[in-house]
Structure formats: C-alpha cells, structure tokens
Design a protein around this ligand. Structure first.
Ligand code: PEP
Ligand code: MN
Length: 223
C-alpha cells in the first residue's frame, strides 16, 4: 500500500523536513510536496519552484522517503528526472496532450496521473494512454474527486472509480481524499472507505500548522 503524505506546498526547508519525519513515523512511505503549484488565482502563492524541489531532496536525505511532486511544464523534465521519484501530473493538466507526450517520452520515473476536474473514466484512461504510447508505461491513476452540483464539499469523491478502473485497466489506483472533500475531517472516513474498496494507495495532505498553510490548509491533517 502506497501511503503518500506531505504538505500541499513546500514552504520552507524546516517545514518540509519536520513534516517528513512526522509522516514517516506515522507510517507514510513516500513524501509529497508541491514546488510548482497550479493555483486558480495568479495572485495566490505559486510555490517555491526549483528551490522547493531542493528542500524535498533534503527531506529525502534526512528520512529516506522517496519524493513525489507535481510537474507543470516540460521545461522542468530534466530537473524532475534528477530530483523526484514519482512525477505527479495534476488534474488541470490531465488533457494537456503536448505535456503528456513529452512526459511519456522523457520522464524516467513513474507518473501519477490525476483525474481531471470533470473527466470521464474513458478520457482519463486515454490520457494515461498518451503517456504510455509515448514510451513510459509506469502510470498510476489518482482519483481526487470530481466536480458535481454540490458546493458544501470541494469535490465529490468517486469511490466507484476503484472497481470500474479495475475492470477497464491494469493500472494501479490511488485515492486522494484531501482534494476530494476539501475538509480535514472527511479525510479519515474516506481514506478508510477507499481502502475497503480496494485502492492501491492514498495521497494525503499533512501540514504542521494548517491554519497558516499557504495552500489547502482546510483539508490538511496535522501529523
Ligand atoms: C495537489 O495535489 O496539490 C493538486 C493541486 O491537486 P489537483 O491537481 O488534484 O487539484
Ligand atoms: Mn493541495
């Protein structure tokens, strides 16, 4: 079972190292932190970029946890190949076909492909197919909630994705209950439900001081 945990955004070296140690002690086997952030508003914190990746590498040195981070531009592929162990493609880039082709051809690590905000299973699988047909078959699918009419929760977690994808593909399926619900107290019950439904792993946002997080504090668990 992959247990991927860490802050939405890398904010400082001290922050990410402290969280890495705590999530490792709590049973996580991979550390995740965003360095390049796809924010809805251009005025919101955009991430520390390259420096953020360096802080993740420092946290990996301290804890031995492999690191996961989101790639937004093909310009950064060489750097991700060097520094990151699992490359995330975010929901907003699921149908950035130019990026998917570059990733398939040039990324040497496994790829975590998030489901688009309102993507069907077929569209999502076709996006995985773009990566695989371009040369990298190590694709992991990540359900992170879909847009529905409901506004109380950030998105609606589609647990049916697990058995449906089992039928449609051989690819591993990871559930991200943090971005699905958008509220920290929904994470535990939805994580348990995901395990019961047979997921291969979980991606959970964890922050040492969620009230002051630069991104996604409301959905972050404390260590
Ligand atoms: C994230 O993982 O922090 C993120 C931006 O997620 P998504 O692409 O699922 O919105
Ligand atoms: Mn986030």
């Amino acid at each position: 079972m992959a247990l991927i945990a860490g802050p939405c955004s890398v904010e400082s070296e001290e922050q990410v190292i402290a969280i890495a140690k705590e999530v490792k002690a709590a049973g996580a086997n991979m550390l995740r932190g965003g360095a390049f952030k796809p924010r809805t508003s251009p005025y919101a914190f955009q991430g520390l970029g390259s420096t953020g990746l360096d802080y993740l590498v420092a946290a990996k040195k301290e804890t031995g946890l492999p690191i996961v981070s989101e790639l937004m531009s093909a310009d950064d592929i060489d750097e991700f190949n060097e520094k990151v162990d699992l490359v995330q493609i975010g929901a907003r880039n699921m149908q950035n076909f130019t990026l998917l082709k570059e990733v398939g051809a040039r990324v040497k690590k496994p790829i975590l492909l998030k489901r688009g905000l309102s993507a069907t299973y077929q569209e999502w699988i076709m996006s995985a197919e773009y990566i695989m047909a371009s040369g990298n078959e190590n694709v992991i699918l990540c359900e992170r909630g879909v847009r529905t009419f409901e506004t109380y929760t950030r998105n609606t977690l589609d647990l049916q994705a697990i058995p449906v994808l089992r039928k449609m593909t051989h690819l591993p399926v990871i559930i991200d209950p943090s971005h699905a619900g958008g509220k920290w107290w929904l994470v535990e019950p939805m994580a348990k439900a995901s395990v019961a439904a047979g997921c291969d792993g979980l991606l959970i946002e964890v922050h040492n001081d969620p009230e002051h997080a630069l991104c996604d504090g409301a959905q972050s668990l404390k260590p």
